[in-house]
Design a protein around this ligand. Sequence first.
Ligand SMILES: [Zn+2]
Length: 404
Amino acid sequence: MNGATTSGELRAHNRVRLLRAVHDCGASRTRSQLTRDLGLARGTASVLVAGLADDGLLHEEPAPEHARGRPTQIPGPHPLGPLALAADIREDAWELAACELGGRVTIIAVRPHDGTPEDALVPLGEAMAAHRAQAGYRVIGAGVALAGPVRHGGLVDIAHLGWRSVDVPSLLGVETPLIVGNDTALAALAEARRGRLRGVRVGLHLHVDFDLGGVLVVDGRPLGGASGTGAEFGHMPLTGGDRPCPCGAIGCWGMDVGANALLRHVGLAYGGGRGREQAEQVLATSQEAVTANAGALGRGVAALVNAHDPEAVTLSGHGRELLERAGDALQAACEPALMAIRRDRPPRIEGSALGWRGSLLGAMESVFDAFLTPEGLGRWRKNQPDQARDTPDRENVMHSTPKR
Ligand SMILES: [Zn+2]
């Protein structure tokens, strides 16, 4: 049992399991369902839920409907429970969200930027600090997604924006524990937890924005590489092109798929993370550009399927739109490029269940992954002010001191 030997360790282990189960199911399962799922005795589950409620981690609500017998309770996030800050930093704008246990996301700020590290990151760090000042001990950490390879220590390169070894943690300047991740890898993580790669042993996830990123997901985990800079399938010469890529290589697949490729196809200026609206216009109106993009996407998918034999291929960002608008062109390019032994049972190719939200949700998951451990829950207990305990009702907590 993961080395849990003493009764204290066993209890800490079960607290984590129960919170993890509540989080992963989106706070949708009743206490008795969770008790069954986790193989707990009913009395043990009651004691665990009561303890987690006392610690300001869980709060139970009656299920909307119950058949007969006693009303059943659904454990969900405590109204003063932990919050993960999550940010998706794209090439032209970012959004920042506060996320509860169970995965409910509230967007708290959205801001365009000029593509420079300072204009992208400094105001985001300020927005995070402002929220932390307001929410205090509730903020357990921050996760940020960026459109480039992330090396250990949060150093980020985004070739087509001219970012080289940008020190993201120091520009953000936040005091909360910070996790910096690649947008595709985080979108893949979210897809594995809450989307169409859930329960899939070997999956391939591709995220298309201005260009394309891809990563293999094994047993729910994106393969990050030895130095954390995996998820770069977009920089493989899979489509036979010969254009120089800003990454320094020639003929990268990502040059042929995404907003930059759509803009180039119709002769518009592209690059530098500009032109999102024009690219969406092209996507909506130019079938020829869409077909060419979808074909390049399909050929690359076939190459990766030949290599990795995934059960499923999921597409987020513009990838989902390319599949919806030109799925036939995508399949027509993919199938002949598959090895004969792969053609009988090709993997399913599906749009993401999470749309454009995957990277943000993955950033959230990375924060809860660090929190949902015996150590993380121990820190929470230590940091929590006494008055937040034993009072699950937000109103009671906010007005706990009589005015007169
Ligand atoms: Zn490249």
